[in-house]
Design a protein around this ligand. Structure first.
Ligand SMILES: [Zn+2]
Length: 248
């Protein structure tokens, strides 16, 4: 008989460490497609997240479908055990971050692996392009309404457009300007309450972020040409409980 079935599970789903130096245990894979969403670049196997994030994305997909928006395209979440990616962005290590593309589908199924991102910003004119429409605004608004969201990183010009379109929205503080987010936005959930080893990010400054803070971002265009991340491998010091779990 199987004795192992009587042994209590030694691990349970949890995010450990910080968003940019951590790992995840007992992650779940997001199905490659479902109501209102499709996973792109699935061959990278970065579609694993904590149950809260997987649920968040599936709930958001249903809202997207109800709003009759095209299915959203979900790119990087995290690797099965989390930890730093071999290349690309620094965070996405604990299964609580996900990138959602802003380009409008439809995308033929055979192109889900290698379609290019579409930039919503003309970086030389420093304006939004014709690709940024009401559909994109609605998608970001739907993504921001869930109280599990800690932050959503968007290009400063996109933050400005959202401030103009939804000036009284209670979720505006969650939209944080950050360069490199002009073809996709990056959703970050709060640490789930029960994940005692998950390190939260400091709270965002009070207020909507539509005033002087945004103005200073818009004035500083030096970061405007930066892309989605460095190609240099990023190897942070991980929490002890992640060190033997994550292959680096
Ligand atoms: Zn991201």
């Amino acid at each position: 008989m199987l004795i192992s079935s009587f042994i209590p599970r030694l691990v349970w789903a949890q995010a450990v460490g910080g968003y940019a130096a951590g790992c995840q245990f007992d992650s779940q894979a997001l199905p490659l497609q479902g109501p209102g969403f499709k996973v792109i670049r699935a061959s990278r196997e970065r579609f694993y997240g904590q149950p809260a994030l997987i649920n968040y994305l599936q709930v958001l997909g249903k809202k997207v479908q109800q709003a009759q928006l095209p299915s959203m395209l979900i790119a990087d979440i995290a690797m099965e055990r989390g930890g730093p990616f071999p290349y690309g962005h620094r965070s996405h290590q604990t299964g609580l971050d996900a990138d959602i593309w802003l380009r409008s589908p439809p995308v033929p199924a055979h192109q889900l692996e290698d379609i290019p991102e579409i930039d919503m910003v003309n970086h030389s004119l420093y304006t939004l392009t014709r690709h940024f429409k009401d559909q994109q605004r609605q998608l970001i608004a739907l993504a921001a309404t869930d109280p599990r969201v800690s932050r959503i990183f968007v290009h400063p010009l996109i933050k400005q457009a959202m401030c103009q379109a939804y000036p009284h929205a209670p979720w505006l503080p969650r939209l944080r300007p950050w360069y490199g987010h002009s073809g996709h936005f990056h959703v970050r959930l709060h640490c789930p309450k029960e994940d005692i080893h998950c390190v939260p990010q400091a709270p965002a400054p009070p207020g909507t972020g539509c005033g002087s803070e945004l103005t200073s971002w818009l004035k500083d265009k030096t970061g405007a040409l930066s892309t989605t991340g460095s190609r240099t491998p990023y190897r942070p010091e991980l929490p002890l409980r992640c060190q033997s779990w994550v292959k680096q």
